[in-house]
Design a protein around this ligand. Structure first.
Ligand SMILES: CC(C)(COP(=O)(O)OP(=O)(O)OC[C@H]1O[C@@H](n2cnc3c(N)ncnc32)[C@H](O)[C@@H]1OP(=O)(O)O)[C@@H](O)C(=O)NCCC(=O)NCCS
Length: 145
């Protein structure tokens, strides 16, 4: 990630920009504002955003205190610039666990490649757990601190 970008904790004033990223990133499983509010109230330390040099939000991540990554998305025009990687690395710095987990739609090949590149390994397949019947891959990252 370039030096003129920064990662900070989400603040409620960021919600409009986060929602724009959400709408662009996800066709299915898209969260509404209530869902973001819920996660923010539950564990504000784990809800991070990446900003560009104009203080525009270009990505977000939500992780809980057990190291479960519930969502991550980067603005389409800013993808493949190291922002997603930087968001996950920041979570590994601030959350006190040596294991991180997530689940991802089996068809989301780009995200699966991204997670694998960061060292996540496929651990399990959950058959048909999405509302439309699609399978989820469960993936795990072991951190050596
Ligand atoms: C998945 C996502 C968060 C990755 O964010 P990103 O900022 O583009 O990722 P990075 O630039 O940090 O990528 C790091 C590495 O992961 C791999 N990678 C990332 N995106 C990839 C893609 N589309 N295809 C193949 N490899 C990819 C690459 O090896 C990349 O390094 P490189 O660009 O030097 O080759 C982003 O593509 C996104 O928002 N997707 C839509 C939302 C989504 O699917 N979220 C996950 C839901 S489970």
């Amino acid at each position: 990630m370039q030096k003129n970008r920064k990662i900070k904790r989400f603040e409620w004033k960021d919600i409009t920009e986060v929602m724009q990223i959400e709408r662009e990133a996800f066709e299915k499983d898209r969260w509404d504002e209530i869902e973001f509010m819920k996660w923010h109230e539950m564990f504000p330390n784990g809800f991070l955003v990446a900003e560009d040099h104009n203080n525009k939000i270009i990505g977000y991540i939500i992780c809980d205190r057990e190291g479960y990554i519930h969502s991550i998305a980067v603005k389409r025009t800013e993808q493949r610039k190291g922002i997603g990687k930087a968001l996950i690395e920041e979570e590994t710095n601030i959350i006190n666990t040596d294991e991180f987990y997530l689940h991802v739609r089996a068809s989301n090949k780009n995200a699966i490649r991204f997670y694998e590149k960061l060292g996540f390994q496929k651990t399990q397949i959950f058959s048909g757990i999405y509302a439309d019947g699609e399978d989820a891959l469960h993936m795990k990252l072991q951190i050596r601190k």
